[in-house]
Write a protein that binds this ligand. Structure first.
Ligand code: TYD
Length: 135
């Protein structure tokens, strides 16, 4: 699938006192981090996302629990299951995605390449397909 979304394995410092993982700007993360947000307390069966970004790139990490990220580039779909806090899913700009199948106590950490801008969202799938055909 030609969307360039990919899993990034993050450093894991194993320790009998508890494990530690980190990200450093422009090291594990292929962009400058402008914003961090997290999604939590997701009731069973709920779906988050369901949109694409024109410019925003992001890395999604399952800090706790598990959930699925469904990626769609207008032609093909791919499902990534995130259930380890030392893996991040890199999603380039211009990719439709949704997040579903959240476990109890799942926490999704999102590192974003942009500040929040509602104008960067494409929230309608038909509009997304039109956008792909004209950009
Ligand atoms: P949205 O990105 O649509 O959530 P998700 O993709 O997880 O389903 O954001 C939900 C609401 O929160 C929307 O009204 C915009 C607002 N929001 C902010 O104000 N700042 C942010 O950084 C984010 C991510 C969302």
């Amino acid at each position: 699938m030609n969307h360039e979304a990919k899993l990034i394995e993050l450093p894991k410092i194993e320790d009998p006192r508890g494990n530690l993982t980190f990200v450093q700007q422009n090291d594990q993360i292929p962009f400058s981090i402008e914003r961090v947000y997290w999604i939590y307390d997701v009731p069973g069966g709920q779906i988050r996302g369901g949109h694409a970004f024109k410019l925003q790139q992001e890395v999604i990490i399952a800090l706790s629990g598990s959930f699925d990220v469904l990626i769609n580039n207008g032609e093909e779909e791919e499902l990534f299951t995130l259930n380890r806090s030392y893996f991040g899913l890199y999603i380039p700009k211009g990719i439709w995605r949704s997040m579903q199948n959240f476990s109890t106590n799942a926490v999704a950490l999102v590192l974003s390449s942009t500040q929040f801008d509602e104008a960067d969202y494409i929230r309608n799938y038909a509009e997304y397909i039109r956008y792909l055909n004209t950009n």
